[in-house]
Design a protein around this ligand. Structure first.
Ligand SMILES: [Zn+2]
Length: 605
């Protein structure tokens, strides 16, 4: 793959200061030992605080995908050394020594040589040793997963996976995060997050490979290490807290998937702590197993607040979460995990559809219940059930999209149309449904869909679209839309629509109503819009607005005051009262002759 690099890419990737200093470094030839191996550039650069810094830049199709330098620069964008390296490559790619790609180098070696080489490297470099350990554990796990069914029969007492590499890995992650810890940095430590994601993925892989005891062994081990780390890490790493929250579901699923020995149970109890804090699903799974029921059901009366926070927060995420389709485990951390969802995930993995349906039905997991029905080819049944039980438009959207994917369009229109009557937010459902309804020649439904969008996200273009679609119903529809606007805070959109309708007096009434608010934007839009039709009003409103700005005695407001005066002038001209304007302006100049900055602003008039 040819490397994609342009001067503009370098410019947009670095702050001004780094660019300027990087250019100097490049011109001075501070970058040396430059090499290229496939799509990776490496080099050294003379340094101010070290004999040299080591540089490395990786490329992908789109350009630079990763750039690192051993200097301490941390103010955003590339450091000056990286800039110098990129300029060097841009100007003289041929000067870079071409290194053989790793796989080509290794292909030359036979097995014994390979073992010899890796042994030497592992003895010399601790990080290579750890990386190899993890890689071996991962590879062994994959081949084990492939044979797991046979293996389980042959050796039911099989020992669980060796957790040592994972313990080492998380200790290293925490240690490194500690070295770079900065209490004033509110962003995430990406390396830590990525490392934790990998560990979580391993745990989920084990679950998917039907090796729940291995999943549990790793989860228990890393939680144990995190607990121990509190002895040597004195600050709180939020990334760790998110990570442990997100382990709740996989742990609960693992517990439900297998018989645990009392020693395993004890270890797990210890890892998740004795207090009642965190791991709600895992605790319920441990204590009640398959007889556990949803906490949300029991607590519905006295614990509404939590649910509402979650519901108002991120509807889509909740839909995905409830549907079990949230691929990003980080998303799941937002939500209170529930043991019933863990049960459903396990039944889903086992392909036990009947028990899945019974469990979802009993626990009131309406969306998951209907989604499974659709999956089993029972779309009409799902639509019927949904029409009786769904409460939120988001649920209807999720199910409608699933039905659409399997081509059951009649059910799509039924359930989505029903969803338009359910609780907000509805705009997303409306936006998705409208074109589908239109293509099915169902104009009424398309109209309702766009109305739902307008309710939450009004705009002039949508207003025009609805008008075109409404036909004979326009009068009634129009009244509805204007009622919605009158009760909303979308004054600017409202003004644009009134001007589009040439309802000058309603627009003026709206402008008068919003005067003295945070922003004069609505008044400006209306003043410009009605200029030709109501110039006398514009004269008054523009004079008042200008005067208010002049009275602030703050020169930063004078340019805006001048803009209002320009409107006064224009309106007087339209009224045929040019001489009145001249007199007005002359008096302003006289009244404020001691304010030079205002005089300058008046000059252009
Ligand atoms: Zn640097």
């Amino acid at each position: 793959m040819p490397i994609q690099l342009t001067e503009a890419m370098i410019r947009t990737g670095a702050l001004k200061e780094s660019l300027a200093r990087g250019r100097e470094y490049y011109r001075e030839g501070a970058v040396y030992d430059t090499a290229i191996s496939e799509d990776i550039l490496t080099a050294k650069c003379r340094g101010a605080y070290a004999p040299h810094y080591k540089l490395r830049v990786e490329f992908d199709d789109a350009g630079v995908s990763n750039a690192s330098c051993t200097c301490a620069y941390e103010y955003g964008g590339y450091c000056k050394h990286i800039v110098a390296l990129l300029l060097a490559y841009l100007n003289a790619p041929a000067s870079f020594e071409t290194q053989t790609a790793p796989q080509d180098l290794l292909r030359e070696l036979d097995r014994d040589q390979m073992v010899e080489l890796l042994t030497a490297l592992m003895r010399k470099h601790e990080d290579v040793r750890n990386a190899v350990e993890r890689w071996v554990a991962g590879t062994v796990r994959k081949s084990a997963a492939a044979k797991s069914a046979d293996r389980a029969k042959d050796t039911p007492q099989r020992r669980t996976v060796d957790d040592t590499p994972y313990r080492k890995r998380i200790r290293a992650l925490i240690r490194e995060a500690g070295e770079y810890y900065n209490p004033y940095d509110e962003g995430e430590n990406e390396e830590l997050v990525q490392g934790l994601d990998e560990i979580r993925q391993v745990i989920v892989d084990f679950l998917d490979a039907d090796q729940p005891r291995d999943a549990l062994a790793i989860a228990t081990a890393v939680l144990d290490e995190i607990r121990k780390s509190q002895d040597y890490v004195e600050y709180e790493l939020n990334e760790l807290e998110d990570f442990t929250d997100q382990l709740d579901m996989p742990i609960a699923e693992a517990v439900l998937s297998t018989e645990l020995s009392s020693a395993e149970k004890k270890n797990l109890q210890k890892a998740i702590g004795d207090d009642d804090y965190g791991y709600p699903a895992a605790r319920d799974a441990l204590e009640y197993g398959w007889t556990a029921t949803s906490r949300a059901d029991e607590e519905d009366d006295n614990d509404d607040e939590d649910d509402e926070v979650a519901e108002a927060g991120d509807d889509e995420v909740i839909e995905e979460y409830i549907a079990g389709t949230a691929n990003d485990w980080r998303l799941r951390g937002y939500l209170r995990a529930d043991v019933v969802d863990a049960q459903l995930n396990v039944l889903n993995r086992r392909g036990d559809h009947e028990r899945y349906l019974a469990t979802a039905l009993a626990a009131g997991r309406h969306l998951r219940y209907t989604q499974k029905l659709v999956e089993l080819g029972r779309g009409p049944e799902a639509a019927q059930y949904a029409a009786q039980h769904f409460k939120r438009a988001g649920e209807a959207l999720t199910l409608a999209q699933q039905l659409h994917a399997v081509g059951q369009v009649d059910e799509v229109l039924a359930i989505a149309g029903y969803g338009l009557r359910l609780a907000q937010p509805r705009a997303e459902l409306g936006r998705w449904l409208a074109p589908i309804a239109k293509s099915r020649k169902d104009n009424d439904l398309a109209l309702r869909a766009w109305m739902a969008v307008f309710d939450e996200d009004p705009s002039l273009s949508l207003y025009q679209k609805i008008k075109a679609l409404a036909g004979k119903k326009w009068d009634k529809t129009r009244t509805n839309l204007h009622e919605q606007l009158a009760h909303s805070w979308q004054h600017q959109v409202h003004a644009e629509i009134l001007l589009y309708e040439q309802d000058w007096d309603a627009a003026i009434a709206l402008a008068n109503k919003t005067r003295g608010g945070f922003s004069s934007q609505v008044v400006e839009i209306v003043a410009d819009g009605v200029m030709q039709h109501r110039p006398d009003w514009v004269v008054e409103i523009a004079k008042q607005s200008a005067q208010a700005l002049i009275d602030t005695v703050s020169s930063s407001h004078y340019p805006e005051a001048a803009e209002w005066l320009a409107r006064v002038k224009k309106a007087y001209r339209i009224l045929g009262q040019g001489s009145t304007w001249d007199a007005y302006l002359a008096r302003l100049r006289e009244d404020y002759r001691r304010r030079p900055s205002l005089q300058r602003a008046l000059k252009a008039l």
